[in-house]
Ligand binder design. Structure first.
Ligand SMILES: [Zn+2]
Length: 430
């Protein structure tokens, strides 16, 4: 089995395949993964169709009839999805937990191969974005016992890349005190900061409040959608651009912005990503749907048509010449849906930066605090214009149900969770 470097060398080539060649490569991977699931998992035995071998054309219509797995399925029937014979060459295997933003925390058994594919796909996108592996990267991550903020975790670029020296990766846990974090960030002279968009904006707010000046080349944002409001705040305070990656613990690194054509390229050589409607059928170009993934390396626990809980808009192909899948935009996470007592659902979004300017907000969270009561919480940000909360409420109102009460509440800081996120919507009554 190739290691991350081997996968990287492969991905550098495969991105230029024709869409037809990519499709054939995907078909072969899907055949092998479903075969493996049928032979080694309870779920596969009962639910996976047989897609034959390379001598017959792949039946994509039958593929679209494969059931879609929800996070709830995987959370409640973990053992059914577990392979009793994962390929030793794909190991070691490890348990990952993805944060339960939809109310269904998911535990998944993942492979070294998925991890290596994720690293390699990320390196490929670094190249697209002109990221320099010789520079220092300040990485905010889950706590590692025994390590202090500022500890050097070693180089972070691909080991054998002759084109660059290898820069330092500096460690910092999400739980670190803000001032200590910013001091360490400054001291590290890092060009790059890797964290969630919510956490990065929070750091902007603290830096401004405490008068700590930080200049960064790029914020590498992961774990949530990057809105224009986020982009503008990071540019204004840190002078930084945003490098966006769409990733999950279950699926690895799934998509990155195209450096030339706009939109995002799917890592189609690492996973199949389908954008589907409620019936599980592929949507047309420009249409928003659910993100359903099948990671080719998920052999310890095959995830076959797994609904990631996110939404994206189907792309129409790109002019850059890459044969990778294409999506126009990430439409945010389904957790932005709020449910009325009658069962009706609405999606609440404040993606438009105009909302932030009107409210004088840095970040916004909508909390349902009673059956018909909502609180819009926000941190403050000076956009250089006088805030107008009444106008904000007037423009936000149509997104909400008619019979609910909405109040605004400025907060001193976003209450980030352990993975550095401030959920767009929360329900705080039962
Ligand atoms: Zn492109």
């Amino acid at each position: 089995m190739p290691d991350a470097l081997g996968v990287f060398a492969f991905l550098e080539q495969s991105q230029w395949w024709t869409p037809e060649k990519m499709r054939a490569f995907q078909a072969q991977n899907l055949r092998e993964l479903t075969q493996h699931a049928r032979a080694t998992t309870r779920y596969g035995q009962d639910h996976c169709a047989d897609f034959g071998d390379a001598r017959t054309p792949f039946d994509w219509a039958a593929w679209a009839r494969q059931p879609i797995l929800t996070r709830e399925d995987v959370a409640t029937r973990y053992a059914d999805f577990l392979s009793n014979r994962p390929p030793a060459g794909h190991g070691p295997f490890s348990e990952v937990r993805s944060s339960g933003s939809t109310g269904h925390p998911v535990r998944v058994r993942t492979t070294r191969l998925v991890n290596d594919m994720a690293r390699a796909a990320n390196w490929r996108a670094h190249r697209w974005a002109g990221i320099d592996w010789g520079q220092t990267l300040f990485g905010v991550m889950g706590e590692r016992p025994g390590l202090e903020v500022g500890a050097v975790l070693g180089p972070w670029g691909p080991k054998s890349d002759p084109q660059s020296a290898r820069g330092r990766l500096v460690y910092c846990p999400y739980e670190e005190d803000d001032t200590r974090l910013l001091t360490a960030l400054r001291k590290s002279r890092a060009s790059y900061l890797a964290t969630t968009p919510h956490h990065a904006v929070h750091l902007c707010e603290v830096a401004v409040a405490k008068g700590i000046e930080i200049r960064l080349d790029t914020v590498m944002a992961r774990g949530a959608t990057v809105t224009d409001a986020v982009r503008q705040q990071l540019a204004a305070v840190f002078g930084a651009r945003v490098f966006e990656q769409y990733s999950s613990k279950e699926g690895g690194v799934m998509a990155h912005p195209c450096p030339e054509g706009g939109g995002y390229h799917v890592a189609s050589d690492c996973l199949l990503m389908e954008i589907v409607d409620d019936a599980g059928q592929p949507v047309a170009e420009g249409v928003e749907g659910r993100v359903v993934i099948t990671p080719f390396g998920s052999t310890a626990m095959p995830l076959i048509r797994y609904d990631q809980g996110d939404r994206a808009v189907q792309g129409g192909g790109c002019t850059c010449g890459r044969g990778l899948g294409h999506i126009h935009s990430l439409a945010g996470r389904t957790r932005s849906f709020l449910r009325h007592v009658t069962g009706e659902e609405r999606r609440i979004t404040f993606d438009d930066v105009a909302f932030y300017r009107l409210l004088g907000a840095g970040q916004i969270q909508v909390a349902q605090v009673g059956p018909t009561e909502y609180e819009i919480r926000y941190t403050r940000h000076d956009w250089g214009v006088v805030p107008n909360p009444d106008a904000f409420l007037q423009q936000a109102r149509p997104q909400f149900f008619d019979d609910v009460a909405i109040r605004l509440k400025a907060v001193d800081r976003a209450a980030l969770n352990a993975s550095g996120k401030w959920r767009d919507t929360v329900v705080e009554w039962s």
